[in-house]
Design a binder for this molecule. Sequence first.
Ligand SMILES: Cc1cc2nc3c(=O)[nH]c(=O)nc-3n(C[C@H](O)[C@H](O)[C@H](O)COP(=O)(O)OP(=O)(O)OC[C@H]3O[C@@H](n4cnc5c(N)ncnc54)[C@H](O)[C@@H]3O)c2cc1C
Length: 512
Amino acid sequence: MAQAHFVVVGGGTAGWISAFIIQDSIRRKGLDARVSVVESSKIPTVGVGEATTAAFHVFLRHFGIDIFDFFRKTEASYKLGIRHEDWRRKGYTYYGPIDDPHQVIAPPPGAPSDYLNVYAVSAGHKVQDMHLFGPLLERKKAPWALKEDGSLIALGPFLPAYHFDQALVGKYLKAKSQGVTIVDNVLAGVERDGATGDVTALKFEDGERLEADFFIDATGFGKKLIVKELGAPWISYARELPVNRALPFWIEHEPGAPLPNYTRAWAQEAGWMWQIPTQSRFGCGYVYSDEFRTPDEAHAEVERVLGRKIEVRGDIRFQIGRLEKAWINNVVAVGLSSSFLEPLESTSIHGTIVQMMMFAGQYLRAPNQMRQSLRDDYNRRVGRQVDDFRTFVNTHYLTERDDTPFWREVRENRIHPETKERLARWKQQMPRREHFPDYLFGLPHVETQLHYPVLDGLGLLDPATAKAEMARDPKLRKFARETHDSLVKEYKQAATKALDHRAFLDHVNAMR
Ligand SMILES: Cc1cc2nc3c(=O)[nH]c(=O)nc-3n(C[C@H](O)[C@H](O)[C@H](O)COP(=O)(O)OP(=O)(O)OC[C@H]3O[C@@H](n4cnc5c(N)ncnc54)[C@H](O)[C@@H]3O)c2cc1C
């Protein structure tokens, strides 16, 4: 049989992550197959998308990429969590650190999951305080210290995330992926098999064509294969996630100012503003609902709250939701062509990594062996994954704010039934890991470690419920109290030794 040909259409972050993962999996599985990437130098990438989750670290580590080299080549900085400002109410800030303290302490036999979180809530402590990343976030430090001999030592085993320039990351991954054929052309249409409906070749603007057996649609919001050619239906989340437009801009760093190690998610009158520090600038934007703001009003609002003029870099409209089926025939969609929701928890690049790792690990075969049962199974899992993202992001809107028409509308009418159901359950019973069944083969997902700081920060957890659960096992409560107190102390102390975030990056850059 002839060598199989996999083609990734699109050379944005999603396209290159996919090519990287598929190429690697073909090699590992010993498949007789090759990979091409089709991208167009005439069609720019989306140009935003700079904050990741720890899944990106898993991805880099899986492929043996040197993190320090990555820092040097992509303007990357650390993201140890999210600073949520003015969400619960104006003037109230909470952090969402992404490390999980349960990971480092062996639990007593029979202890339920999340007992440390439950203890913290029962005792009226902020959940964020027993995370190593909590004090590091507050002090803008890196999870590294310097030894006396000048070498770096990691503080803790926790997985970080990154902020970066997505265009540089695309180039970086492109340079690292070996043996991939690159085609620079504009897709104009496809040829399909009359009997199966499978795509058999891509047709380009200049009359050229490219035959292949399997296609990844990573063409961004254009959804060129999966929707334009295969007519995939779309499930909208616009009702429960009403922000649908973004006004991106950049802010230069103030010389000598400390470099944050968090994404700033700052609630505004009709949405929220992101500020993402890369080494050279802040990538910023106002994501808002155009039911409540015109672009001119959004622009004026940003300049008013920042007290300065900004240069707007675009007007991005987006559809919030996901494909009903991300895999149809011999086409799988990823990245923006598959789903999108506001970037509040950086779920987009995360989703691409997890989906492609799952696809490559569990489903990838010779193209003629990838049957409908595999497609159905993949589609069910990916659909559930993105629905979970929706519900988690929607949870952030369970706030006390009622100071503008946007916040009143969201509070009153835009909370999804699943968000309400989860909250009602967590009033009766504290969130536990078993409330999040693992249907992604152990790959990272939004589970209790991300929910606790957010639910706690929004004041949505009931200390009485936590107290009642802790009271059932006084031995466990004693263990949790001692562990909690020692972690808080240890991490506060570790933060005093940690390198300043900017100093860490200067150190890494000087190691070239
Ligand atoms: C406002 C905003 C903020 C965001 N913030 C975050 C964030 O903080 N964190 C996060 O994880 N994600 C974020 N995202 C999502 C993130 O931008 C995307 O997940 C990521 O950049 C991947 O995009 P993509 O590769 O799917 O699409 P794109 O970057 O748009 O790439 C599409 C590719 O397809 C090619 N292409 C398109 N049409 C054709 C054609 N006809 N022929 C040939 N080639 C074609 C283009 O040349 C390009 O290479 C954000 C998105 C938006 C809109």
